[in-house]
Each structure stands twice: as C-alpha cells, then as structure tokens.
Design a protein around this ligand. Structure first.
Ligand code: PLP
Length: 228
C-alpha cells in the first residue's frame, strides 16, 4: 500500500468509527501529519484528497505550505519566538500554544499582517513530564489572557495522550473534553461560539479520541509509514 491508499483507508476507518460513536464524519477533520515525508509524499496524500496537513517544524511547514497553498496547514510542534513569523505566515491553525509570551507574539505578528490567527491551547492532561502544554489548572487563565488579544482567536484545546495504554488515552481525551466544556461555559457568548475544536488522537489512539469528542485527529504514521 502507498500513501494514497493508506490515506483513503484511514479516511474510511474514520468515517466508520464516527458512525460507531454516533457522530457525523463531517464533524471530525483528518489532519495528515506529513512531518516524516517530503513535498512528494504530501503530493501523494493530496492526490488522494487530503487537504489538511500537520507539521511540527517551521523549516518544513514553510516550503510545504508554499507548494500546496490551497491546503490548510496546521502547526503542531514546539514554538520558538523567533520562528513565529514563519508559523503565522504558513499555518491556518496553530495547535501548540501554551506560553503567554508566544500568544502575545502571535497576536503582534498577526496584527501586522492584518489577520486574526486561529490557535489552540495545548494542555498537558496526563501530567507526564515529557509532554508540553499548560496544566489543566492553568488552561482557563491562559485562555483568558488570549481573550484580551484582538488578533488571536482561541478555537479550543489540543493534547497528546501517553502512548501505550488506550484506556489511559481514553481518560486523557475525556478529561480534555470536560475541561473544554467548563472553559467554554466561562467565556462570553461570542468567544464561546468559536471555542469549538478539540485536537486529539494520533495513529494509535484516534478511535478513543473520536469517541471522546475530537473534532480534529492528527494522524502521521498510519498514513505516511509503510511499517505502522
Ligand atoms: C507526530 C505527531 C502526530 C502524529 O503522530 P503519529 O503517531 O505518527 O500519528 C500528532 N501530533 C503531534 C503533536 C505530533 O508531533
């Protein structure tokens, strides 16, 4: 199987899992995480219908988004202040904001460009030290700070679950969904309406995420690796 076939297979499995969860497949966006392949690999997924791609490095998202400008590009990696301009230039959604200084810099760059940048706040639900993100306790405060930034729009939360135990992953995703509900309820109506995305679930655990309410799944290896 090649990339195109694997993309189609994942898309089909995602639709099936949505049906099992009683959800409309249109509610769950499939982001093809293309960080392990080049422009050619992106092209194979694009030919199979992929229009959302995820990258975790500025050096990758810039050239790939230029090669496929009508796709939506998602930045899912570690943010460095000096690369925020490149990220804002390339990404329709930045999933991995968890520091106030980065939110402020994104706001500043977006203002200069005359746009409003959509972002997600990354939450470390599991508390694993190796994972980045704000703690669930800090998430609401960071959302509140972002509410004061006119050129940033918080669309929801993102998380990564610990790998290796689907039961733990499921609890992690349910925890994020619950937190999002709580934070949404605290927001003014206009902001609450836009706060409707939950980015969670990867190659190994996206099914659990779909059942827990994911609106975005980020899938890399199941599409781009022939050994997954
Ligand atoms: C690499 C990556 C993914 C995709 O992971 P796979 O296990 O390859 O599906 C998803 N989210 C983030 C933040 C990543 O860095």
């Amino acid at each position: 199987m090649g990339i195109a076939e694997r993309y189609e297979k994942v898309e089909e499995e995602l639709a099936q899992e949505c049906a099992l969860a009683g959800r409309d497949p249109k509610e769950v966006r499939l982001v093809a995480v293309s960080k392990t392949v080049g422009v050619e690999g992106v092209g194979e997924a694009y030919a199979a219908g992929a229009r959302d791609f995820g990258e975790n490095r500025p050096d990758q998202i810039v050239p790939k988004s230029q090669a496929f400008p009508d796709a939506r590009w998602h930045f899912i990696g570690n943010i460095q202040s000096r690369r925020i301009r490149d990220i804002v230039d390339s990404a329709s959604l930045i999933h991995s904001v968890y520091q106030e200084k980065h939110a402020r810099k994104i706001d500043e760059v977006a203002r200069e460009k005359g746009i409003v940048q959509d972002i997600l706040i990354e939450v470390n639900v599991s508390g694993e030290e190796s994972k980045s993100g704000v703690s669930p306790d800090e998430a609401e405060a960071l959302v509140d700070v972002c509410e004061t930034l006119p050129n940033v729009r918080v669309r929801g939360f993102m998380t990564m679950a610990p790998q290796g135990d689907l039961e733990i992953a499921r609890r992690c995703f349910e925890g994020l969904a619950k937190l999002a509900e709580k934070v949404r309820a605290s927001l003014p109506a206009s902001s609450a309406e836009a706060f409707d995305e939950l980015s969670m679930g990867m190659s190994e655990d996206w099914r659990e995420a779909v059942h827990a309410g994911a609106t975005i799944v980020r899938i890399g290896r199941a599409i781009f690796s022939d050994s997954f």
